[in-house]
Structure formats: C-alpha cells, structure tokens
Design a protein around this ligand. Structure first.
Ligand code: GRF
Length: 202
C-alpha cells in the first residue's frame, strides 16, 4: 500500500515508519513526503535515503483553503492509500479532512481525549496525571478529537520535566505509529459513522 507522509519538522516518526516499511513489518511503501516548511530537518533525511520529498510552503498561500487545495493536489499525484500526519503542524480545513476521511491519520503526544493541542507534556505535568502517552487517531475536522486507533501508555515519574517526559513519549510513538498503521493496512479497523470499528476482537 502507498503512504504519503506529511511533516513539519524533525521527522523522527517518519523515520520509524520508513524503517517499519523497509524491515517488512509494514506491507507499505512511502511514495512521498510533503513538508509545509522548507527547513524541516526530516527533509534532509529524505534526501539522504532517496525518499521523494516535496515542500508546499503554507506561507506562499493567502488562505488555509488555498494551501489545503495545493496540498491535496500534490498528495493526489501520488495516489496514496493512506495520508499519514507525522508532526505536521498545520490545522487542516474541513474540505481537506472530508476528502481523505478514513484514510487520514495523526499521532498526538498525549492520551486523548486528555490534552489536545500544544505543550501536551507540560499540560500532563501540570494536571498531575500519573500516566501519560500517545494516541494514533483518524483525523476529523475537530482538532485532535478523531476516533482513536491505538494508544501507548507510560508512568509519569515524580522528577519528570516536560523534556524528560517528551523523550520517553517520543520513543513510545516510534513503536506505536507503525503498530497502528499495521492495523489499518491489514484492515483490522475502519472509520465508520464517526467511530473506529474493529473487525476482530483484540
Ligand atoms: C510528535 O511528538 C508527534 O506526536 C507530534 O509532533 C511530534 C513530531 O515529532 N504530533 P517528529 O517530527 O516525528 O520527530
């Protein structure tokens, strides 16, 4: 199956997904990486490993709708089965989300529905939760509110800082994202009437 991965920065989840494809853990191929920022570190890595990468700079467009239309046109040239957001830091318009509904996936660094938005590790520490983690979910128009596909959990330590927590959650994300994509690629679950429907018991 064909994946298009959207990034804005470091691209460590992109690397984890690419490794899962290369090792055969995922029956998939990344056909293109698209970044909204030319300075994304993940793009330099794409050049090193010969992955097709493209920049669609959101700053070149005057409206979100125009940017999303250009993004969709670029995505469609690769004819992907799945559109994978991996640290893609732009809110997408309803029209974009509807176009790819059920095939558009995101990873978020918290146990959703807790702590949507930014600074999730700081939010978790402030709230005093004892467990934290990451969630992979279908993207729906409301930010970070789509049906959950997979979650990874870890204990919060009394001496954690946003940085230490973030590092442990990121390592968890690198396991979780390929695992969640595996479920989707095998057809274990689908988005149906606004919910994740599992085809088998787990
Ligand atoms: C990850 O923490 C992801 O959950 C969030 O943005 C970060 C991206 O990191 N959406 P990377 O670019 O994959 O290294």
């Amino acid at each position: 199956q064909r994946l298009v991965v959207l990034i804005s920065g470091r691209g460590s989840n992109l690397r984890a997904i690419q490794q899962a494809c290369a090792s055969g853990q995922l029956p998939a191929r990344i056909t293109a990486v698209i970044s909204n920022r030319a300075d994304a570190a993940g793009l330099a890595w794409c050049r090193d490993v010969d992955l097709t990468a493209q920049v669609i700079a959101h700053k070149s467009f005057s409206t979100r709708a125009d940017f999303d239309r250009a993004l969709a046109a670029a995505i469609d040239t690769h004819n992907p089965d799945w559109i994978v957001l991996a640290g893609f830091m732009r809110q997408l318009t309803d029209a974009f989300v509807q176009r790819y509904l059920g095939r558009l996936i995101n990873i978020h660094p918290s146990l959703l529905p807790a702590f949507p938005g930014l600074h999730t590790h700081q939010q978790a520490l402030q709230a005093g939760v004892r467990w934290h983690g990451a969630s992979v979910h279908f993207v729906t128009p409301e930010l970070d509110a789509g049906p959950i596909i997979a979650q990874g959990v870890l204990p919060v330590r009394s001496d954690d800082t946003p940085e230490s927590l973030s590092a442990r959650v990121l390592a968890l994300e690198h396991q979780l994202y390929p695992q969640a994509l595996g479920h989707l690629l095998r057809g274990d679950c689908v988005l149906e009437r606004g919910q994740t429907r599992w085809r088998h018991a787990y």
